[in-house]
Design a protein around this ligand. Structure first.
Ligand SMILES: [Zn+2]
Length: 191
């Protein structure tokens, strides 16, 4: 055994070394007190290398936090998915007229497969970012791969402004559609 370094009193992460505990396989072990109150015996190598930073409580917390975060985003996204399906397929939905009513649909593979939807949208930039919500890039396009992004409020506003709906002979249509139907130019309609 090489020269023993006294670790007594030193702190490694949450572990404070109380005293030498003995040795294991030729390595010195140390009795430590964790910030959470547990006593934990660990080899000096684990302490000095940074491999052990707690009695195990730290890892448990990280794992738990990860599970919770994932659970939350999972739940939130589930409601988004349900909402999309409602707007696209449920004629009783208040927004159906702007979605399903305009022929906007959802990628076939996502209709009955939330996980497939999740797997795709969770890979997009800004996923889970505060203030961002799922937005269609082309407002007249479907909820489908390559037409979705996580956008913040101002980006969304810009998008919906470009695709503002107007009342045309009692129908809610986009400015572009109104221009086509009426023959009045888009810019005139917009102003
Ligand atoms: Zn602990």
């Amino acid at each position: 055994m090489g020269k023993l370094k006294d670790l007594t009193g030193l702190k490694f992460g949450r572990l404070t070394v109380i005293e030498r505990a003995g040795s294991k396989n030729g390595f010195a072990t140390w009795r430590c007190k964790c910030d959470c109150g547990n006593i934990h015996i660990v080899s000096g190598v684990c302490l000095t290398s940074g491999a052990s930073k707690s009695c195990g409580c730290l890892q448990r917390e990280i794992t738990q936090k990860r599970a919770t975060t994932h659970g939350k985003s999972h739940t939130k996204l589930y409601y988004i998915w349900r909402g999309i399906k409602c707007r696209c397929f449920n004629v009783n939905d208040a927004f159906f007229i702007d979605y399903g009513g305009r022929g906007i649909s959802i990628y076939p593979e996502w209709i009955d497969n939330f996980q497939a939807f999740y797997d795709y949208v969770s890979t997009l930039e800004n996923f889970g970012k505060e203030g961002c919500s799922l937005d269609r890039i082309n407002n007249n396009g479907n909820y489908e791969p390559n037409n979705l992004r996580w956008a913040n409020a101002s980006e969304q506003q810009r998008n919906s402004r470009q695709n503002r709906f107007v009342n045309f002979n009692g129908d809610e249509v986009t400015v572009v559609e109104a221009a086509e139907k009426s023959g009045i130019s888009e810019s005139v309609l917009r102003s």
